[in-house]
Design a binder for this molecule. Structure first.
Ligand code: NZQ
Ligand code: ZN
Length: 394
């Protein structure tokens, strides 16, 4: 087990129909709230209306910022910062999935950021530019409507720089939300594709730690915890598909997603996320849905390691999760599982052309390679390896 520091100050309120408490929660942190959500909120307009009435009842003034799109943009976050300053906002509420919550975090930190443009917070090149993470933020309250990223309980935000078409992250203890409100009833209307992509993203967060962190075979505690969480999602996603109104099953998906990237599950295994770095390039280039990019990368990643000697953890993963001794067969089973939900597993399905592959690999290098010109993973990977994995995912 690796050494680790575990710190997570987020209060979690998990409650079916817990939206009824949201006004009281927000009031604890401010009286002038910015609510951040998607550019189209028609699917939960009634919920937002009720929430705004509740805030009013608690003496909290509301400014709406409904401008966020999936794979959210830096330019939009900048507008949010300007609006906060203009309206003297003192608390930021994210109402949505990862794109909304990440934007809410960036805006809240951006208001108090004194290192220049908010873009400076983000790690846009591991080797050339040293990011200056924020050290202050307005308080944030996160109301999750999509079980996927875990943003509601972590210290990370992922944004695409629309000038450079590069997607990357900010990582800072100061952007932990104050409260994560988890109301599984809010996810009942989530379309099947987004439900599946969210479940795949949750699995990916755990699988990154399982395969790309500490490679020893003595991680008994972490392995059992991680395998249990992966199995819970693997078993529950089909249930949610058959019964989208099953709030209990939605609740399992929701808590699994939150736990998967809150620092606890992967403590002691290091947190390399190389498959994510490859996926982010696909989102930045083709606007592919985050979970789908991982659906394409994970089986390809397994097939790449199937051919190498340093694949003991892949064998363990194949045995314990996919019930087989062959890594290739496990990759096939994983892919079949993903496709049963109608999610893409090939990068060509996002619009990638074979001749794009060198460019994609270069983008991974430019955003995510370290000073040693390798992609952080365990083992580390070269540019050629990245190209090969994209080819396997084609
Ligand atoms: O666009 P509309 O039609 O409004 O649809 C929204 C949205 O576009 C829809 N949606 C969300 N909640 C809904 C709903 N539709 C109906 N009912 C609901 N309750 O879902 C679409 C996708 O939303 P998005 O917020 O993009 O999804 P997700 O939660 O998967 O977030 C993905 C973003 O988070 C980043 C990803 O890179 C991506 O940008 N990540 C953030 C992380 C973090 N902060 O720790 C880690 C992750 O690995 C990830 O990188
Ligand atoms: Zn993810």
């Amino acid at each position: 087990m690796d050494n680790f520091r575990y710190y997570n100050p987020v209060e979690v309120v998990f409650k079916e129909n817990g939206m009824a408490e949201a006004g009281e929660i927000v009031k604890r942190y401010g009286t002038n709230a910015l609510i951040v959500s998607y550019d189209d909120v028609s699917m939960f307009r009634d919920k937002i209306d009720a929430f705004e009435k509740d805030l009013e009842k608690h003496g909290v003034a509301v400014t709406e910022f409904f401008r966020i799109v999936a794979n959210p943009l830096m330019s939009t976050a900048r507008e949010g910062v300007r609006l906060c300053i203009e309206k003297n906002i003192d608390v930021v509420v994210g109402f949505g999935g990862g794109s909304v919550l990440d934007s809410a975090k960036t805006i809240a930190a951006g208001v108090l950021y004194d290192e220049g443009d908010i873009e400076n917070m983000f790690v846009f090149s591991h080797s050339c530019v040293i990011a200056k993470p924020p050290v202050r933020s307005l308080p944030t309250v996160m109301i999750s409507t999509l079980s996927a990223t875990g943003s509601e309980m972590n210290q990370c935000a992922v944004i695409t720089n629309d000038k450079t078409r590069q997607k990357s992250y900010v990582w800072s203890d100061y952007i932990y939300p104050k409260v994560a409100l988890l109301d599984p009833a809010l996810t009942v209307g989530l379309p099947p594709y987004q439900t599946a992509c969210g479940g795949i993203d949750t699995m990916a967060h755990i699988i990154e730690a399982y395969l790309n962190g500490d490679t020893s075979l003595n991680l008994t505690l972490q392995d059992y915890v991680e395998e249990g969480a992966i199995r819970a999602v693997k078993d529950t996603l089909p249930v949610v598909f058959r019964h989208p109104d099953d709030v209990q099953a939605r609740g399992v998906m929701m808590w699994a997603a939150t736990m998967a990237l809150a620092g606890f599950i992967n403590a002691g295994t290091m947190i390399f996320t190389p498959m994510h770095q490859m996926g982010h390039v696909l989102s930045a280039q083709y606007n592919a849905t985050h979970g789908a990019t991982l659906a394409a990368m994970m089986p390809a990643w397994m097939r790449f390691f199937a051919k190498r000697d340093d694949n003991a953890r892949y064998k363990l993963f194949s045995k314990r999760i996919w019930d087989c001794d062959s890594i290739e067969l496990a990759a096939d089973r994983f892919e079949e599982f993903i496709r049963s939900f109608g999610v893409q597993t090939h990068i060509s399905e996002f619009g990638a052309k074979k001749e794009d592959i060198p460019m994609l690999a270069q983008e991974v290098r430019s955003v995510s390679f370290g000073p040693d010109d390798m992609l952080g993973s365990n083992p580390k990977l070269t540019l050629k390896d990245i190209e090969t994995i994209y080819e396997l995912a084609f």
